[in-house]
Ligand binder design. Structure first.
Ligand code: AFP
Length: 338
């Protein structure tokens, strides 16, 4: 066995013991989510061999067709997390209402939100998908009891209230990217050992970039500031930016964000004529990804202000998302202000 490797467990214990950044309950919660991600990674990897591809024949709360792996990933995360005694409730992009902790299990102070399988329309074509999660503290009940009434209202906290966030990407390797508020760190799944190993400590996103990610087929529907920004990128060396830009769009946010934290870039899913509020979900995608991006030195806005300061009005609220390399995100935000 290789020595000197820092496992996810050791990383978390050091955050708990040396930095007092997390407590034992939060450590258990993150380790449980990571274990569930290993199970999902395995199911994704098996694909057709386990009969896992294709549609489940149901729609989710967003009116989107659910894949079999959407349903399975959701079940894996629910089952893994409901008995640990550290959660007050869970919320999933795939379920209309918060999922309460069954009465025969103890409850705790945390709220877990997740998108069990982001990018799931890419499953059947064998392109990377992933799991995104966010952890909030449940506001204490007015009665002062040990845990709060974890209804939908308890979840409606801005991104700045997150105490941990992360995502797994099931690609050529399975990676877990995590923040507990002291930087963004990447772990690679060692399948033989069955553990996540710290391979990308203190990830930093370059402040400048010449790469953008956006679904160009929506161009005719964009607002003027976004159109201006992309037009200037497309104009290349002879345009106002004086340099050529490259474009990437995986259509799995986890894969696009992973690329951006690795080599820089800007990711945009702006509001448009069709998606008037935006397309991505504030609580399951925008907030956790914004926390991860900011902790890696990047920036994240909805075009008008910092995404993590948006006051949520609903569990499944959609927002515009612009995130990645700081200087480019600031440029797009400035265009919105002009
Ligand atoms: P699915 O999970 O339904 O595949 O959606 C993925 C996603 O929420 C996000 O991961 C992508 O960035 C975005 O949608 C892709 O949207 P378009 O299909 O409109 O490009």
């Amino acid at each position: 066995m290789a020595t000197g490797r820092i496992s996810l467990t050791r990383f978390l214990i050091e955050r708990q013991r040396d930095k007092a950044l997390i407590n034992a309950d939060l450590r258990l919660l993150i380790e449980t989510v990571a274990r569930a991600c290993k199970a999902i990674s395995h199911a994704v990897n098996k694909g057709a061999l386990a009969g896992n591809l294709g549609s489940a024949g149901t729609d989710n709360v967003q009116g989107e067709v659910q894949k079999k792996l959407d349903v399975l990933s959701n079940e894996i995360l629910l089952e893994a997390n409901e008995w640990g005694g550290n959660l007050a409730a869970l919320a999933s992009e795939e379920m209309e209402d918060p999922h309460p902790i069954p009465t025969h299990f103890p409850k705790g102070e945390y709220l877990l939100l997740f998108d069990p399988l982001d990018g799931s329309s890419n499953i059947d074509v064998n392109v990377s998908v992933g799991t995104i999660f966010s952890v909030l503290r449940c506001p204490k009940a007015a009665s002062g009891e040990g845990y709060c009434e974890a209804d939908e209202k308890a979840f409606l906290q801005p991104g700045t209230a997150q105490i941990a966030a992360g995502f797994a990407v099931y690609g050529p390797t399975t990676m877990l990217v995590l923040t507990v508020g002291d930087g963004t760190h990447g772990f690679t799944l060692d399948r033989e050992m069955g553990s996540f190993v710290l391979t990308h400590p203190d990830i930093r996103i370059p402040e400048d970039t010449a790469e953008f990610a956006i679904n160009m087929s929506n161009m005719r529907r964009w607002e003027a500031p976004v159109k201006r920004y992309i037009d200037e990128c497309l104009a290349g060396k002879t345009g106002p930016r004086g340099k050529d830009f490259n474009m990437r769009w995986v259509a799995s946010m986890v894969a696009d964000v992973y690329r951006i934290i690795t080599r820089g870039g800007i990711f945009m899913y702006p509001r448009d004529d069709k998606n008037k509020a935006g397309r991505l979900r504030l609580m399951y995608e925008a907030n956790p990804m914004s926390f991860i991006i900011e902790q890696a030195g990047g920036a994240s806005t909805d075009g008008r202000g910092r995404l993590m300061e948006v006051k949520p009005e609903g569990l499944h609220q959609r927002v515009a998302v612009i995130l990645g390399s700081k200087n480019e995100v600031e440029r797009v935000t400035a265009y919105h202000k002009e």
